[in-house]
Ligand binder design. Structure first.
Ligand SMILES: Nc1ncnc2c1ncn2[C@@H]1O[C@H](COP(=O)(O)OP(=O)(O)O)[C@@H](O)[C@H]1O
Ligand SMILES: [Mg+2]
Length: 577
């Protein structure tokens, strides 16, 4: 459209002298077809008008309107393109996020003692976002811009092959320069995301520990620790932004340098008449060439984003490919009932090198209550986690009704057990959802469980009863109330095997009385493994097992062990002081 426009302004005599031509429509001479028809229109306007000036301005208006229409159509399609790409972009990001979340749910529990919570959080949030921005933006550019660039290059080739060759030689050089800077951006981005993880960890710890922090007046110290990480993050962030922002001035400068070189070479060709290139075609060439700079710039920008995105993608992949050390065997029979006994057969276990449990053998018949006692660090909690198969024993085996727990799916195994720990885990949700653990249940079952757990009284006093939100980890409840809620949850689950890990240790004697009562309700007709710090609470047990340094040193009823005058007696005496 530019060439006829220039022709019309500067060369109208030539136009008027020419006559109408016809070119048959075909894909191979599409360019001819369009050009001839376009020219024919202009010639018709000029020749059919009363005066040349009048005809020329009519033709001018035609060109202008045509241009507006063409650009209108172009931009409608451009909008449609992004419109249909949008769900793909966000869809990919939300797919990755879901996969990561499911992965986190399935990961081995020890993964979380080796990795920072904040770092995992960052991978799920910021890193996914970086991938969305970087890689998907790149994909968008990678599909769209090459078409533009190719079309532009073809047009340039048609106009002047000689000049196009110059362009093709110079452009890759600028591409290389831009690429060099992009490389360093990727390393910086990995460090930045790691620091972001540290920041998230610290904020998370600070929020959940805010009371302790204030009571130790540690605000200043924490603020300084945070400042150190934050400043480092800031420094790297500044560097990255500077590098990224270098791409625009750099590519513009390189672009204009190329344009000037083309101008010089093309200008000389026209001055010395060494090329068939007409002046209009030359100007059109320059204008079209300047069109290539925009997509080229988009390309180099996308290149920067993709470096950041790749760094994040690697971090996401790391989490996705984390080994789940415990996996179910294929084709195993389902297990839904517990009938006879749990047997530990000479098991040994260590977290790192030092053994935590050594050669432990123990049988727990169905319906019996077994207490595990011993100093802290003797391996009691480890033992019950092995039972639930959070970790796997390194030697020996654990049998449930004579079947190795390795031959039972983790889900079936854990469905047979209910766990109450000293550390209450509650969710920022309603009382009812915390008791039913998001399972659909009728109100009566929930209330019944709460009543047996002596939780009903305080729940009734809450503003919205069972629909009251209890805050992060049940922060709006007292320690005893939190504990009774977790017991209600275990009662609701109604599993045949109960595991209590110091479930009453941090309660005052009044709440403890209620919780003990609740526990008695919970223990009725169940098989139980009870870890208790306060020995008075386990005297009723059918068997008391004393652990010391990871081995069983004594085993028997309360009376028998007192009579033995050994470790158990020592522990009892210590508590009576
Ligand atoms: N995640 C872990 N990683 C490494 N060592 C651990 C881990 N958990 C516990 N331990 C170690 O295992 C030993 C037994 O811990 P634990 O079973 O919790 O004892 P208890 O419950 O009897 O107080 C302790 O010495 C403790 O340091
Ligand atoms: Mg413990």
């Amino acid at each position: 459209m530019l060439i006829p426009f220039l022709n019309l302004i500067f060369n109208s005599e030539k136009m008027m002298a020419s006559s109408l031509q016809t070119v048959p429509f075909s894909l191979f001479n599409l360019k001819e077809f369009i050009a001839v028809n376009f020219n024919n229109n202009i010639i018709r306007y000029i020749q059919g008008s009363s005066s040349v000036e009048y005809g020329k301005s009519k033709a001018l208006l035609f060109i202008c309107i045509f241009t507006v229409v063409v650009f209108f159509i172009k931009n409608i399609f451009r909008y449609l393109a992004v419109h249909f790409l949008a769900p793909m972009r966000t869809g990919v990001a939300s797919n990755i996020r879901q996969q990561l979340y499911d992965k986190v749910l399935q990961l081995h529990v020890l993964y979380f003692s080796d990795n920072r919570k904040g770092d995992i959080l960052t991978r799920l949030t910021n890193d996914v976002q970086e991938v969305e921005y970087g890689i998907l933006h790149f994909l968008e550019v990678a599909f769209k811009e090459p078409v533009t660039i190719l079309a532009t290059l073809v047009t340039m080739l048609i106009l002047s092959p000689k000049l196009t060759v110059f362009v093709l030689v110079i452009l890759p050089v600028s591409g290389y320069i831009i690429g060099r800077i992009g490389k360093t951006l990727k390393q910086a981005s990995t460090v930045a995301q790691h620091l972001q993880g540290l920041i998230n960890s610290m904020v998370d710890e600070t929020i959940s520990g805010i009371r302790v922090i204030k009571s130790f007046t540690a605000e200043g110290a924490l603020s300084n620790k945070f400042k150190a990480i934050n400043q480092q993050h800031n420094k790297i962030g500044t560097g990255m932004i500077r590098k990224r922002d270098l791409s625009t001035p750099l590519s513009e400068f390189l672009g204009i340098t190329v344009v000037v070189i083309v101008l010089y070479i093309g200008g000389r060709m026209i001055i010395h008449h060494t090329s068939p290139l007409s002046a209009e075609a030359f100007i059109a060439f320059i204008v079209i060439f300047s069109q290539i700079i925009q997509p080229a710039k988009a390309f180099s920008n996308a290149f920067y984003f993709i470096q950041k995105g790749l760094a994040s993608l690697r971090r996401i992949e790391e989490l996705m490919q984390a080994q789940n050390k415990i996996s179910d065997k294929a084709n195993i029979d389902p297990v839904h009932v517990f009938e006879k006994s749990i047997e530990l057969k000479a098991i040994s276990f260590s977290y790192q090198d030092a053994p935590v449990l050594r050669n432990i053998s123990l049988t727990i018949p169905k319906g019996k209550k077994v207490a595990l006692v011993g100093m802290s660090g003797s391996g009691k909690s480890t033992l019950i986690q092995l039972l639930m198969r959070f970790f796997e024993v390194q030697q020996g085996d654990i049998l449930l009704d004579g079947k190795s727990i390795k031959d039972i799916s983790q889900q079936h195994l854990r469905e047979l057990m209910a766990l109450v720990t000293q550390q209450t885990t509650l969710f920022n949700d309603t009382v009812a959802n915390n008791i039913a653990f998001f399972k659909s249940a009728n109100k009566e079952q929930i209330i019944e469980a709460a009543m047996l757990a002596h939780a009903d009284e305080f729940i009734a006093r809450m503003p919205e009863g069972y629909n009251t939100n209890i805050g992060d980890n049940g922060i709006k409840l007292s320690g005893g109330e939190q504990q009774r809620l977790t017991i209600a949850r275990a009662i609701f689950k109604d599993a045949p095997i109960l595991i209590l890990d110091e479930a009453t240790s941090h309660l005052d004697s009044n709440s403890e009385k209620l919780v003990q009562d609740a526990l008695q309700n919970l223990l009725k007709n169940k098989t139980a493994i009870i870890i208790a710090h306060r020995l008075s609470t386990v005297q009723f047990a059918d068997e008391i097992v004393v652990l010391k340094d990871g081995t069983i040193v004594e085993q028997g009823t309360h009376q028998e062990l007192i009579y033995l005058q050994g470790e158990y007696k020592k522990l009892v005496d210590l508590q009576q002081l």
